[in-house]
Design a protein around this ligand. Structure first.
Ligand code: ADP
Length: 309
């Protein structure tokens, strides 16, 4: 096998109460990538369509993540990568994660899968480090493993694949405003009240429990972020209106996707998710801001191979 074409999906990180530890994978939006074995050593990004991003290997997350894998394998050959961006960089739905995870997934596949999907996470995190300065795993994990994932940080981190209730859907709106990751990081409080921490970890534990037991009402009650959302939401125009619209359409709960500006709502069933998507679009329409919307089942597969030769 010399070449693989794959679809690497977008993802929602944080998921309200799971700041920096929780994420899930979306279905209808992502990057397509073609990865090809070549004799010239290294990673060569030969084409990027859909976004203006650097072709230089060390400036592109796909290049950096791919190189990390080649070095670990002591591989003497190389790979060409073409990237067809479906996800806008800085949208808050894991644009860099899709390219990083897609690159290592495709290269691993062409090398005969020396690594499991879980073992690919540290390589993909090298791409995240380039994009945001922090090697976080909360977007690349759901892209590589599918569904919901939980990252337990520490010297020996754990990445845990969580179940996705069968009727769980996401409504996502991407307001097309520029929100720098540095700005959304700078508003974060470095110290939090114990009382808030207790609420947050109770919510996170309840959300995880709700995913296991398919308890949609519990998922809804748990989707509350008392720590990050109160400071960050001010950076997203119409945030309260978006939440209200999703809530009135019957969503279980909503919040900021990643570091924003995208906003997600989790819903029970496709009909409610479509209603929530339309309601959020209508609400943002009042603010004269352009946007994209996505209505998605939770993508339990993650990266998908489209063809190979
Ligand atoms: P998102 O907010 O959607 O998760 P990120 O903030 O993670 O997006 O990533 C965007 C940053 O990563 C931008 O600075 C962009 O220039 C950089 N970058 C480098 N290579 C890529 C790539 N292949 N795809 C997306 N972003 C990339």
């Amino acid at each position: 096998m010399q070449e693989v074409r794959l679809f690497s999906p977008a993802s929602v990180a944080n998921v309200s109460c799971g700041f920096d530890v929780l994420g899930f994978c979306l279905e209808p939006i992502g990057d397509e990538m073609v990865i090809r074995k070549v004799s010239k050593p290294g990673i060569h990004i030969t084409k990027i369509e859909g976004q203006n991003l650097p072709l230089e290997t060390k400036k592109n997350v796909a290049g950096v993540a791919g190189l990390a894998l080649l070095e670990a394998q002591n591989y003497s050959g190389g790979f060409e990568i073409e990237i067809y961006k479906g996800i806008k960089a800085g949208s808050g739905i894991g644009s860099s994660a899709a390219s990083s995870a897609g690159a290592v997934f495709g290269i691993n596949h062409l090398l005969g899968s020396p690594y499991s999907a879980k073992e690919l996470i540290p390589f993909a995190m090298k791409g995240e480090e380039l994009a945001s300065g922090a090697a976080h795993a909360d977007n690349v994990s759901p892209v590589l493993l599918g569904g919901f994932t939980l990252v337990r940080c520490g010297k020996k981190p754990d990445v845990i694949a969580l179940p996705s209730p069968s009727e769980l859907y996401a409504a996502v709106i991407h307001p097309k405003i520029e929100l720098k990751t540095s700005d959304s990081r700078s508003v974060l409080k470095q110290k939090i009240l114990l009382e808030k921490a207790i609420q947050q970890w109770g919510n996170l534990a309840a959300l995880v429990s709700g995913l296991y037991t398919e308890d949609y009402d519990l998922i809804g009650r748990a989707l509350i972020d008392v720590i990050v959302e109160p400071s960050r939401s001010a950076l997203i125009p119409g945030f309260n209106a978006l939440k209200k619209a999703a809530n009135e359409a019957g969503a279980l709960g909503s919040g900021i996707s990643g570091s924003g500006p995208s906003v997600f709502a989790l819903c029970k069933g496709k009909d409610i998710a479509e209603k929530a998507t339309h309601a959020m679009a209508k609400a943002l329409g009042e603010y004269a801001i352009e946007f994209d919307t996505y209505c998605s089942k939770i993508n339990t597969q993650g990266i998908k191979i489209l063809s190979e030769k």
